[in-house]
Design a protein around this ligand. Structure first.
Ligand SMILES: [Zn+2]
Length: 394
């Protein structure tokens, strides 16, 4: 199947043939010599293309057309076209061919190195891409783009210390704040240290994270987890409550932990009181509490059960399937069945969605894997019936 790049190559061969013919005609007038025959090389190249042997055609083109000031833009255009089409090996071949030119100007060399680095990145050859981006980040007009790409590579490789260094350089050179992004890099280090039970290092990384602006509460979540691990119940609860106060949506992460702490101490009565006073101050959190309880199958705490019941009675989609009013009049076991069914549905549908690009996932991802934004995911506050219905239709 001929591709866009095959047509471009064919076009280039035809252009070269036409140029050769025109030169021949021009020469005839000046020197009174017969016109040059159509160069056999062009025909060879075209023949490769007609037989859909794009690689041979490309090699032929590269041998025929020396990289010089007049043709370099064509080489770059062809290279980026191949990369865009996912034909990365060919893009690499073209950019390497440019770099091999001995008398290449420094600026063109940087452009070719930058293009080659992007080819490697697209091909998933992160080590090679990293080497070139590091070189370009040390002094070229691609410094800022190179550092941005390096951050992306270190994020993929989970090399957080290097990501911090590149991010800090990028802040200086790019003239924009990356406080939130760098804070998350520190949080990644903090979580890794906490997982290895090196709580001292973890606390220090959280401290570093908290200097970033805008502030992330992820550090506070990590500290709360550490407090829980080290049986410092008071600190853990204080932090979880602060997290909910500052970012209501994080109740989806904090509530199951809070319930676990109170349950562990056999003090669910106290939790009931604490939640009641919180919901009195913030009644709009009712739905989030209910949804979090449904998803995590939390029950047996009067105020939470109340939230869940209200949620089910208010759910318009549910009302289309079940006579919710008759249930509200006292059929407790039917309500419990619906609750269980909702919990099962919620566990198979996405719970979080990126506000930037719409990417959704089951668990909270601090960095969106699709658009690379940090802290843009928010929990759903309702069971996604439309998703469930779509699943059952397809
Ligand atoms: Zn996104």
């Amino acid at each position: 199947m001929p591709t866009e790049s095959t047509f471009l190559l064919a076009g280039l061969f035809l252009l070269l043939a036409a140029a050769g013919w025109a030169l021949g005609r021009f020469g005839e007038r000046e020197d009174e010599e017969p016109p040059a025959p159509l160069n056999i090389d062009y025909l060879k190249g075209l023949n490769f293309l007609l037989n859909e042997q794009t690689d041979q055609a490309l090699e032929h083109f590269l041998k025929m057309v020396r990289v010089d000031d007049k043709t370099i833009e064509t080489h770059f255009a062809l290279g980026s076209l191949f990369r865009r089409r996912g034909e990365v090996d060919r893009a690499i071949r073209i950019h390497q061919n440019i770099i091999a030119r001995p008398d290449l100007a420094a600026e063109q060399r940087d452009q070719a190195l930058f293009s080659l680095a992007k080819d490697y990145l697209k091909a998933g050859l992160l080590d090679r891409a990293e080497k070139l981006f590091v070189r370009l980040s040390q002094g070229s007009r691609y410094q800022v783009e190179a550092l941005d790409n390096l951050c992306g590579i270190y994020e993929q490789e989970k090399e957080w210390q290097k990501a911090i260094e590149s991010g800090q350089q990028l802040e200086v050179l790019g003239g924009r704040s990356l406080g939130l992004q760098i804070a998350h890099y520190y949080c990644e280090l903090a979580e890794a240290s906490a997982a290895a039970k090196d709580y001292g290092a973890a606390r220090q990384y959280v401290k570093n994270a908290q200097t970033g602006r805008p502030r992330t509460l992820r550090g506070a979540l990590t500290r709360a987890h550490i407090a829980q691990e080290t049986h410092d119940r008071k600190t853990a609860l204080r932090l979880y409550h602060r997290i909910i106060d500052e970012h209501n949506y994080l109740i989806s992460e904090a509530l199951p932990e809070i319930v676990a702490i109170y349950a562990n101490e056999n003090q669910l009565g106290d939790l009931d009181k604490a939640l009641k006073s919180m919901l009195k101050k913030n009644p709009e959190m009712n739905t989030l509490v209910a949804y979090t309880a449904i998803v995590n199958d939390i029950g047996g705490i009067p105020i939470i059960d109340e939230c869940v019941e209200k949620y089910m009675l208010d759910e318009p989609t549910l009302g289309e399937f079940v006579d919710m009013q008759s249930l509200a009049d006292g059929d407790v076991s039917a309500l419990a069945k619906i609750r269980k069914a909702l919990s099962n549905l919620a566990s198979t549908t996405p719970r979080y969605q990126c506000q930037e690009c719409g990417f959704s996932s089951q668990r909270l991802l601090w960095q969106c894997p699709s658009c690379r934004s940090w802290e843009t995911q928010r929990p759903a506050s309702r069971v996604q019936f439309d998703t469930v219905l779509q699943h059952s239709i397809t």
